[in-house]
Design a protein around this ligand. Structure first.
Ligand code: G16
Length: 548
């Protein structure tokens, strides 16, 4: 029968991609591990992408092959749902189940089980678009994906978007599925055009903006920045740094958003280039797949000052709130902010003092995104620079239907609508967020120092702790408290109480094999002390569990 034929084709193709002796899990951002371990996983994710599309009546699903901020030998894969969002969480278990089947036979029967359970006819049409970043392991993994998709023959319509950033792929998925035809062309160029048009509206006839130095982490962001820069060169000059996507080992090495945020310093290459020494010069760092961004500048030409995701969230939320007030729509459009436990305590306090509600979620864009959807305008950012601003359909309708009574109201409404075009509505994008920051600064006539002046970060530390088994660390309360190992949280609480304005939490990473310790307090030395004590507690608990 047709089914048997298809199952045989899948089995034959799958035999080329045997599973290595590794247990895989769909984590914070899909599967992530050494690239060489991933071909079988990618193959199986391809099978799941087809199922997901079939389950959603042929809607287009995205597959992105990237490991973002992780070291170059790593790679990863994640699925993108039709609206450009991360894969619905209930499906992560299916992904994990398929990835861990030891044999082809088991794979095929598990696949059949999932299809039966979800009432999917495996012969119905499906549609999948995919892309990958500049990692050396990318092409081989794309071959594995294509082998899986190929097994379905003409049941599946595929589009290879090629080497591009994660947010571009999310955009292409959303635009492909947009039946109204108003969201934009479902291509890389379509995205750039959309951003450039919105930027032009928002900048109006202001003078060109100051040039911006952008550290591209030697990743795919360099490709995007070069292409996109041409669309907006009459408005802003984007000066790309760390654009070497060819030299082995360069990706994310001593550069990029993760390096800057974790080390709280300039990438050495940017420091050496000396480009930030001139007063009022801003720099920014993308991560390896250009879906996060942090800003920085040198205060008085000397002192490194970080403007991270929290600072971007505050900048964006207050600006949008002001526009909503100027549009006289503050009774109808409520702005809210979503953060994680990593948000600096000062930022949360600052936002709350301005009567803007704040929600805290677990780490991972998928969690923040869902929480942000609950606001009319939801501003969500992780401190590490992942984030975006979501305009609900209700808020957009209010804006479109508003009856402004003054030129100022007209302008505010126009600007809010343009912001909803400028800001990626599918997922956070370093490029789109960069333009958002530049627009706000231009409107406020601010430099980095004025932006920075809003609140002072509490000193903070982020420590990676390698442990024998990170799965023993379980959390609750948006990852702010541990429920396991037994007794550890109590010891952390005691350590925190001894420190002024102290806060600390521990969670297992979902993208790397480590446990993360976060600490903040009123002074640098007490922060370092707290981080060191909690790190020791973690190591002791992990060692005790390993020998038990
Ligand atoms: C991914 C996720 C982010 C998360 C980061 C670190 O970022 O998309 O939401 O903050 O990993 O996660 P964890 O602490 O669990 O390792 P990226 O930039 O690597 O895609």
């Amino acid at each position: 029968s047709q089914n048997q034929e298809l199952l045989q084709a899948i089995a034959k193709a799958a035999d080329q991609y045997p599973k290595p002796p590794v247990t895989f899990a769909y984590g914070t951002a899909g599967f992530r591990t050494l690239g060489e371990r991933l071909p079988s996983v990618i193959f199986r994710v391809g099978m799941l992408a087809v199922l997901r599309s079939q389950r959603l009546n042929g809607a287009t699903i995205g597959v992105m092959v990237t490991a973002s901020h992780n070291p170059e030998p790593d790679n990863g894969v994640k699925l993108v749902d039709p609206a450009g969002e991360m894969l619905e969480q209930s499906w992560e278990a299916h992904a994990t189940a398929l990835a861990n089947c030891e044999t082809t036979q088991l794979l095929v029967s598990t696949y059949e089980d999932i299809a039966a359970q979800l009432r999917i006819d495996i012969n119905t049409p499906a549609s999948v678009v995919y892309a990958y970043d500049t990692r050396p392991s990318g092409p081989a993994l794309i071959q594995a994906l294509e082998a899986a998709l190929g097994a379905f023959g003409d049941r599946v319509n595929t589009v290879n978007v090629g080497i591009t950033t994660t947010p571009v792929l999310h955009y292409v998925v959303k635009a492909t599925n947009d039946k109204s035809g108003t969201y934009g062309k479902p291509t890389i160029e379509g995205y750039y055009e959309k951003l450039a048009t919105a930027l032009k509206t928002l900048i109006g006839n202001r003078a060109p903006l100051a040039p911006l130095y952008v550290d591209c982490a030697n990743g795919v962001g360099a490709v995007a920045l070069e292409e996109f820069g041409k669309y907006v060169e009459d408005i802003i000059t984007l000066k790309a740094l760390n654009t070497d996507t060819k030299t082995k080992g360069a990706l994310n090495y001593q550069c990029g958003a993760d390096f800057v945020k974790t080390k709280q310093q300039l990438p050495p290459s940017v420091a050496e280039a000396g480009v930030l020494a001139k007063p009022d010069t801003r720099g920014a760092s993308f991560d390896g797949d250009a879906d996060r961004i942090v800003y920085y500048y040198l205060r008085d030409g000397k002192t490194f000052r970080l403007l991270d995701g929290d600072k971007i969230a505050v900048l964006a939320a207050l600006f949008i709130e002001d526009l909503v007030k100027r549009a006289k729509l503050h009774d109808d459009i409520k702005v809210g902010v979503v953060q994680t436990a990593y948000a600096n305590g000062s930022s949360t306090k600052f936002i709350k003092e301005r009567n803007i509600p704040v929600t805290c979620t677990a780490t991972g864009v998928k969690h923040l995104h869902h929480a942000a959807l609950k606001y009319d305008v939801g501003v969500y950012f992780e401190a590490n620079g992942h984030g975006t601003v979501l305009f609900s359909s209700g808020a957009l309708e209010t804006l479109h239907k508003a009856k402004p009574n003054s030129p100022d109201e007209v302008k505010a409404i126009k600007n809010l609508l343009a912001l909803s075009e400028l800001i990626n509505q599918a997922v956070g994008d370093a490029l789109s967020d960069l333009l958002l920051v530049e627009v706000v600064l231009a409107h406020r006539a601010w430099g980095a120092a004025e932006w920075d002046a809003g609140y002072e970060d509490l000193p903070n530390r982020l420590v990676k702790v390698e442990v024998p088994d990170r799965t023993i660390f379980l959390t609750t309360d948006a990852e702010r408290k541990l429920t396991s190992p037994d007794g550890l949280q109590k010891l952390i609480d005691e350590a925190v109480l001894k420190v002024k304005q102290g806060r600390s939490f521990v969670r297992p990473s979902g993208t790397e094999d480590c446990v993360r310790v976060y600490a903040e307090a009123s002074t640098t030395s007490s922060t370092d002390q707290l981080a060191a004590i909690v790190t020791d507690l973690v190591k002791q608990a992990a060692a005790a569990a390993a020998t038990a």
